[in-house]
Design a protein around this ligand. Structure first.
Ligand code: 6GU
Length: 234
């Protein structure tokens, strides 16, 4: 899977891309990530990427020309035109089904904005899929783009050490509920013990306990999830 990140702050991604899981995936050729500085597509002498909106009002917005030309050039560098995602609080909220849809693309172009928003013609010309990561406002789309990359690469075959681990994540593979509790060693810590059933060796009883615990946790912590989606389908 290939990611092209279009941003005014490519340096923000350096630390994240060097992170172990992702770096390994890149080294093994499973994931490719390229950073593009939108400012490199400016043609005026001040290299301006933002401007005041007509009609007045506070704040600046991203200019149309550098953004559109950056997307078009980056697109054309690769045979697969890819799927263009605009990171914006005005987008559809990201959830696991949306992550699964994004992960089905072989190439994603992630367009990160700064300032108060985008020249509306960017949307009209490029028709991106608009994604938000939640109902709060960030200073830019970069952190949201990292969230998209982080969630999608978990679904790229071979990226996780254990082939099974992403299937059992909360919300994945049709599951909408939370995962059950986990207890590794020690058996007792500060008087807190591991539930006996997990030490019993009775695999059916363990599976039943985990299913029940997952359902209980989801009911308590996420009463907003529809009741028929709270059961853990495994
Ligand atoms: Cl994708 N961008 C910005 N600037 N703020 C956000 C967001 C994205 N998602 C939630 N808040």
């Amino acid at each position: 899977m290939r990611f092209d990140v279009l941003t005014l702050f490519p340096e923000m991604f350096q630390g994240y891309l060097g992170q172990s899981l992702l770096r390994l995936a890149i080294e093994r050729g499973l994931v490719e990530a390229a950073l593009h500085n939108i400012r490199d597509w400016t043609r005026d002498k001040h290299h301006s990427v933002d401007d005041r909106p007509f009609g007045g009002g506070p704040g600046m917005v991203m200019k149309v020309e550098p953004v559109v030309e950056c997307v078009e050039d980056v697109r054309a560098r690769h045979p697969d035109p890819g799927h263009l995602v605009l990171l914006t609080p005005q987008g559809r909220r990201l959830d696991q089904p949306a992550v699964e849809r994004l992960a089905a693309h072989r190439r994603l172009l992630l367009l990160c904005g700064r300032y108060e928003g985008f020249d509306e013609r960017i949307r009209e010309i490029l028709e991106p899929e608009e994604i938000s990561i939640g109902d709060y406002v960030l200073n830019g789309g970069e952190v949201a783009a990292m969230v998209v990359i982080d969630a999608t690469i978990r679904l790229v075959p071979g990226v996780l050490g254990d082939e099974d681990s992403s299937r059992f994540d909360s919300f994945s593979g049709g599951r909408r509920g939370l995962e059950c509790a986990h207890y590794p060693r020690p058996r007792e810590y500060r008087g807190l013990t591991v539930p006996n059933v997990l030490l019993s060796g009775d695999h059916e009883a363990i599976a039943r306990w985990r299913e029940q615990d997952a359902r209980r946790r989801t009911e308590r912590r996420r009463p907003d999830l529809p009741a028929d989606e709270r059961s853990a389908e495994r």
